[in-house]
Design a binder for this molecule. Structure first.
Ligand code: IPE
Ligand code: IPE
Ligand code: MG
Length: 236
């Protein structure tokens, strides 16, 4: 891995927790629990490598369709993880953001999320975006409604960027999806316009430092052309 060519922003669709558990004849929730260890490991490695933004898809607007007990477990896991990790996030200078339609969460969880964001807001080493009750389409709808409410007469790309949940952040350079699935599942539809996509068979609970290094190494072999020709890129 070339330490000088590390992506500035990595986004991850963390998938395969259920399959990880099934392979071990464990309940699906055991996969989510083990997956939270991967979040720790990947965040730590990203901070070490100098990644500035890590954006994790933790719960989609569609995931409410899952069995109640699984949804409840995930809500509890978010809450518990905030409690357990907040001090370490402070020590490691991580700015934590929960992005999505937070209004749908319980008052207690919402409060915890807001307090964690407030507490870590001046941290500068790395920004960790945890996308919860997040949908790429919902985000664009929310942005458009804000724009309309502000009385703007028209929009351009810059204005839309300024109203996304990710306002002020660069777009992801690298989008990782674990557990082999070749789809975007309503994640960051606007922001991944030019992201390099990496899909791995590794299940999220097995995706740790080594797997992250493999993804970054793969990214470093890509030629990002942004619409130009290979010759133009080589000449630059
Ligand atoms: C990803 O793992 C975690 C969430 C979507 C919350 P899954 O729970 O989707 O795992 P699989 O796809 O069933 O293996
Ligand atoms: C996407 O994973 C959502 C998260 C990782 C939070 P899913 O497992 O829900 O996606 P689909 O349903 O297989 O597309
Ligand atoms: Mg899945």
């Amino acid at each position: 891995m070339d330490p000088k060519k590390v992506p500035q922003h990595i986004a991850i669709i963390m998938d395969g927790n259920g399959r990880w558990a099934k392979k071990r004849m464990l309940p699906r929730i055991a996969g989510h629990k083990e997956g939270s260890e991967s979040v720790r490991a990947v965040l730590k490695a990203c901070a070490e490598f100098g990644v500035k933004y890590l954006t994790l898809y933790a719960f989609s607007t569609e995931n409410w369709r899952r069995p109640d007990e699984e949804v409840d477990f995930l809500m509890g896991l978010f809450s518990q993880t905030i409690d357990n990790e907040i001090e370490e996030l402070m020590e490691n200078e991580v700015k934590l953001k929960f992005l999505g339609r937070l209004e749908k969460f319980s008052p207690g969880l919402k409060k915890k999320m807001r307090e964690a964001m407030e507490k870590t807001k001046n941290n500068k080493r790395i920004t960790l975006n945890v996308m919860v009750n997040y949908g790429g389409r919902a985000e664009i709808v929310d942005a458009l409604n804000e724009i309309i409410a502000s009385g703007e007469k028209g929009a351009d790309e810059d204005l839309i960027n300024k109203h996304l949940y990710t306002r002020g952040m660069p777009d992801p350079d690298l989008l990782i999806r674990t557990a082999s699935e070749m789809r975007v599942s309503n994640f960051l539809l606007w922001q991944i316009a030019y992201a390099e996509i990496y899909v791995t068979a590794a299940l999220w609970p097995d995706f740790r430092r080594e797997e992250l290094i493999k993804a970054i190494e793969d990214f470093q072999k890509r030629v990002r052309k942004f619409g130009k020709t290979k010759e133009q890129i080589d000449a630059a």
